[in-house]
Design a protein around this ligand. Structure first.
Ligand code: FMN
Length: 178
């Protein structure tokens, strides 16, 4: 009887599955990124929003390179990040392309407020919105890392939406760190 070593393909598939499973245990904030000309806005739900620096304020999101949002950001060099509140699951589903009702990615299904110089950048009812100038767009594997310098901030709702273990939830404090 002969035994063969696992192929590189099957071991990389196993690692990929382990990665996806492990990452599902990591809680994410949920944000809707908006970019493009006022009459051609595109929006996408992301869980990869992080702060990069406070001096100056800079943030990062990772977006699949085939998504139209990447082209809109590259053309206009601006994007706004709206961090969703616990009441905004519907927006997360709509802008990830799987709304329970209505059309996917339909910006008219949400209420927007103006940002500096341009209307319809900020999602009403979000926890916070960050208007950014693009500093760098770097393609890594299947995604583009969009790094933005924050130029305007709006703070709103108190309770953020969390995505964890393939479900939506809300953060529940255990102890205060100060
Ligand atoms: C909670 C959540 C977080 C997501 N995070 C990201 C993300 O960080 N980057 C990204 O490109 N897509 C992210 N997606 C997926 C997109 O919203 C969208 O569903 C996907 O790009 C659609 O791809 P398709 O057109 O190939 O089906 C996320 C979706 C959800 C529901």
């Amino acid at each position: 009887m002969t035994t063969s070593a696992p192929s590189i393909t099957s071991s990389s598939n196993i690692l990929r599955d382990q990665f996806v499973s492990a990452m599902s245990r990591v809680p994410l904030s949920v944000a809707v990124v908006v970019a493009g000309a006022p009459d051609e806005r595109v929006a996408l739900t992301v869980g990869t929003f992080i702060s990069v620096s406070a001096d100056p304020p800079m943030v990062l999101v990772a977006v699949k390179s085939s998504n139209p949002l990447c082209k809109a950001v590259a053309s206009h060099r601006r994007f706004a990040i709206n961090v969703l509140s616990a009441e905004q699951v519907e927006h997360s589903e709509r802008f990830s392309g799987r709304p329970r009702t209505g059309q996917p990615y339909d910006l008219t299904a949400a209420r927007w407020a103006g940002g500096p110089g341009e209307l319809h950048r900020y999602l009403e009812g979000a926890v916070a919105a960050f208007d950014c100038e693009l500093v760098e767009a770097r393609t890594i594997a299947s995604h583009v890392l969009l790094i933005g310098r924050v130029e305007d901030i709006v703070s709103g709702a108190e309770q953020p939406l969390v995505y964890w273990s393939r479900s939506y939830g809300i953060p529940s404090p255990l102890i205060s760190s100060g």
